[in-house]
Design a protein around this ligand. Structure first.
Ligand SMILES: [Zn+2]
Length: 399
């Protein structure tokens, strides 16, 4: 039996396809949408819905529908809490990569069920703010058994799992980082590959050098994993050329970027994954140069970078507001980056848009215009979230 859903009276439908509607977001006013068995089968004028489906259509009362957000960067396999560290940082102690070790200790001590329940709680938060696709990284186990189980549990939630054994060098290897890189490239990779799609490295001061990063990514690629990278969050490093050479799907953070870095990215297929929640939550001296990246032709993705240390938010609309206010992206660019950009960063063509054939993942907004995502920061505008054409969250209708 087929499962069909149909909607009429959508005030604005964001398709992310210029051929289907106005502007870069392909906006159709007063639209209709039909989805069958989890995929979009028709979009167009509201009055034509009945001729494209045989079910009773849901009246959207002028609400906005946009593609579900695609979060291409999350660290939700962890246990514990670092609120004290956050409070201390806000009182003047600077952020460093070292705080990750606090979470490593808590994660190693947690049961499988504790890790699973924490991830499920955060994914529920994501759904409530409109995220329908998520990438999940390991990186708080930092030994063979704990990295493996992090990825095994992450696979229960998404196919886009990322082996980040090279998040930081764990305390027990602090005097022998080369030995830790050997472990990551050999025994740890052996165990983690079956549960991983991607491989990632934190390439920065206090984490891994460019040489170590190249070695680790290359080892993962030789085992069939696809590369992505954390780069230039804390300092201006020299890793961009390597990231592009290895065809990383995304280079994330990029708080520090030279003009040459931007030109190199512009000549590549590597997406700039910007995570302004991290600059916000670490009170970084500045945000990434999103305007310059976009003007140079670089594809940009936005993500909350949910993690317990430097950006403990799951909320994509918050990142859209930051992107517009702090990084000088237009509202259209920010909404596109949070949807289509995230899909590009995961090299997926089935999500991040609402063309015919797309996975029917979308978000209904209690708002007359998608601009409200940036215009009304902090306000929960998501009326309902749909994944594979089924409603997975609704806050219901207010009287
Ligand atoms: Zn990250």
């Amino acid at each position: 039996m087929t499962h069909t859903v149909a909607f009429t009276n959508i005030g604005q439908l964001v398709t992310n396809n210029e051929q289907l509607g106005e502007g870069m977001l392909g906006v159709i006013e007063n639209a209709g949408l039909v989805a069958v068995d989890g995929a979009v089968t028709w979009v167009g004028d509201s009055k034509d819905v009945a001729s494209h489906s045989d079910v009773a259509a849901v009246d959207m009362h002028g609400r906005v529908v946009i593609p579900g957000f695609v979060d291409s960067h999350s660290h939700i396999m962890f246990a514990g809490d670092r609120s004290q560290e956050f409070a201390a940082r806000m009182a003047g102690i600077p952020y460093s990569a070292g705080g990750i070790k606090t979470t490593v200790n808590a994660t190693r001590a947690a049961s499988d069920d504790e890790l699973r329940q924490n991830a499920a709680r955060l994914i529920a938060e994501m759904r409530e703010s409109g995220t329908t696709t998520v990438e999940i990284k390991s990186g708080y186990g930092l030994d063979v058994a704990n990295e493996t189980r992090s990825l095994r549990i992450a696979r229960e939630f998404t196919q886009d799992t990322t082996f980040l054994g090279a998040h930081v060098v764990p305390a027990e290897f602090s005097n022998a980082p080369d030995d830790y890189v050997d472990l990551v490239c050999e025994a740890m990779l052996d165990e983690c590959v079956p549960y991983s799609t991607w491989i990632d490295v934190f390439c920065d001061t206090g984490a891994f050098t460019t040489e170590h990063t190249r070695r680790i990514l290359t080892a993962g690629m030789a085992r069939g994993l696809k590369p992505r990278i954390h780069l230039n969050q804390l300092t201006q490093g020299d890793g961009i050329a390597m990231a592009v050479e290895l065809d990383c799907a995304s280079a994330d953070h990029l708080t520090y970027l030279s003009d040459d870095d931007i030109a190199t990215l512009a000549s590549s297929n590597t997406v700039a994954g910007l995570v302004p929640g991290a600059e916000f939550s670490t009170r970084a001296p500045h945000y990434p140069r999103a305007r310059d990246l976009i003007d140079a032709g670089v594809s940009v993705a936005l993500s909350p970078d949910c993690n317990p240390g430097s950006s403990y938010t799951t909320n994509m609309p918050f990142c859209i507001a930051l992107a517009v206010r702090e990084m000088h992206m237009t509202v259209d660019e920010a909404v596109f980056a949070a949807t289509h950009g995230g899909a590009q960063a995961l090299r997926r063509t089935d999500v991040g848009h609402l063309r015919i054939g797309a996975q029917a993942d979308f978000v209904v907004l209690d708002a007359p215009h998608y601009i409200h995502l940036a215009y009304r920061p902090g306000v929960p505008l998501v009326h309902s979230t749909w994944q594979h054409a089924r409603m997975t969250f609704t806050k219901g209708d207010r009287a």
